[in-house]
Write a protein that binds this ligand. Structure first.
Ligand SMILES: CC(C)(COP(=O)(O)OP(=O)(O)OC[C@H]1O[C@@H](n2cnc3c(N)ncnc32)[C@H](O)[C@@H]1OP(=O)(O)O)[C@@H](O)C(=O)NCCC(=O)NCCS
Length: 199
């Protein structure tokens, strides 16, 4: 069954060719592409991501980046990219989306045939509870899909995120639909008591 052998592992330079392929697929660049997002990458024709661009954005650097990048694996096959970062690493963005004390996540399932089967819900829920909450030490995680990305919005909702506001973001073609998974609202849930504990 989809999602039963799901795993996350840190991105390495060996994975960068996968990213080039994924960024240049229409179902991904519709939302992640150069024409779709302020810092977008990938697209068709002249917009297509190159290995050099991907290395510049996702390869090794001297200074650590705010983003922690992970490969989504299904049955040990690399199928997508997911990342988290502290929103306060980007003060203007934190102010635009009004989320100074949260971690944010972004994701893509690069293999189109694996979209539309409920996998995204499992990926978002497990990455949030198994990686982001424990690693960040924060108690609030947000996702902010384009307001038109109904599939992503629905996947975040089904993963336990609730809408808090739509936010205008500089250079974005449409507002972002800010959704939050907040431990203060999950305290009754026994399965979250560990990941959401303060100490
Ligand atoms: C967004 C993404 C992660 C969602 O994962 P997924 O596995 O494809 O999504 P799911 O199959 O879990 O579907 C989520 C829900 O959206 C619904 N949905 C799908 N397309 C939809 C649409 N066009 N309008 C409304 N709902 C839609 C599904 O029916 C499902 O809800 P349901 O279970 O109540 O029927 C994945 O499609 C993806 O990576 N897309 C490309 C990149 C992208 O958009 N990334 C997100 C940027 S924030």
């Amino acid at each position: 069954m989809l999602g039963t052998a799901l795993a996350f592992r840190p991105l390495t330079t060996d994975d960068l060719p996968f990213l080039v392929g994924w960024f240049n697929r229409p179902h991904v660049y519709e939302w992640w592409g150069r024409r779709a997002a302020p810092d977008g990458i990938g697209g068709a024709g002249d917009d297509a991501a190159t290995l050099e661009e991907v290395e510049a954005d996702y390869g090794e650097t001297d200074e650590p980046r705010p983003e922690r990048h992970f490969v989504i694996e299904l049955d040990r096959r690399a199928i997508g990219l997911i990342q988290w970062y502290r929103v306060d690493a980007y003060p203007q963005y934190a102010s635009e989306i009004e989320e100074p004390d949260a971690a944010a996540i972004d994701l893509l399932i690069g293999e189109k045939e694996l979209t539309g089967h409920g996998l995204g819900v499992d990926v978002i829920r497990r990455f949030t509870t198994e990686i982001v909450l424990p690693d960040s030490g924060l108690r609030r995680v947000v996702g902010a899909p384009d307001v038109r990305n109904q599939r992503s919005i629905r996947a975040f909702e089904k993963a336990g995120f609730r809408w808090v506001r739509d936010a205008e973001v500089e250079d974005a073609p449409a507002p972002e639909h800010v959704m939050a998974f907040d431990c203060s609202e999950m305290e009754e849930s026994p399965s979250l008591s560990n990941v959401c504990s303060v100490d």
